[in-house]
Ligand binder design. Sequence first.
Ligand SMILES: Cc1cc2nc3c(=O)[nH]c(=O)nc-3n(C[C@H](O)[C@H](O)[C@H](O)COP(=O)(O)O)c2cc1C
Length: 193
Amino acid sequence: MSDNDKKQKVLILLGSPRKKGNSAALAREIAEGATSGGAEVESLFIQEMDIKACQACWTCQKSDSKGCAIKDDMQDIFPKLIEADAWVITTPVHWFNMSTQTKLWLDRCFALAKYGKDPFKKKIGIAITYGDTDPFTSGAINAIRSFQDSFKYVGAKIAGIVYGSALEKGEIEKNETVLKAARKLGEKLSRGV
Ligand SMILES: Cc1cc2nc3c(=O)[nH]c(=O)nc-3n(C[C@H](O)[C@H](O)[C@H](O)COP(=O)(O)O)c2cc1C
């Protein structure tokens, strides 16, 4: 069975401290697009989870390693990441890059190799919101570049990136174009492409 025939599992990471903020609105559209395309979708609100910073102990990289030494909620997230066909990372821009919550999660993915075979054989969707009007001066481009470099390094395929300007909570709802693009990205992920 090819990736395109099987029901896709899409795991969405909500990387903003605002549960109903702008990036969460894009996450909602991606989820709706993916669900309408037949995918199984689960969303994780990182802010409410106990995810500690990577301690750079390198325990996870030892040949006989059983995985990450930090016993927190990442231990439940690792199997979900392994099982998913697609990951969607949604984040606001905070200080010219991804949010701290998102970065905490990303750093901890260092240990993922110990939790499954081909741990990064995933399709990646990315959604970013920022307060400035320009993706360059806002720093959104730095976040995009960080994701591009990270996922290239581990060999994961970026299926699509959506981004839009919005400062106040909910402001992104006025941007029909980016909402549509987010929904389309969800549909694409449901097809496993
Ligand atoms: C701590 C903090 C730092 C921010 N830094 C930036 C920034 O560097 N560039 C920018 O354009 N917007 C910045 N913003 C604005 C947010 O990116 C913007 O409001 C975004 O839409 C919030 O998304 P959310 O509702 O999903 O949290 C910052 C907001 C906060 C709270």
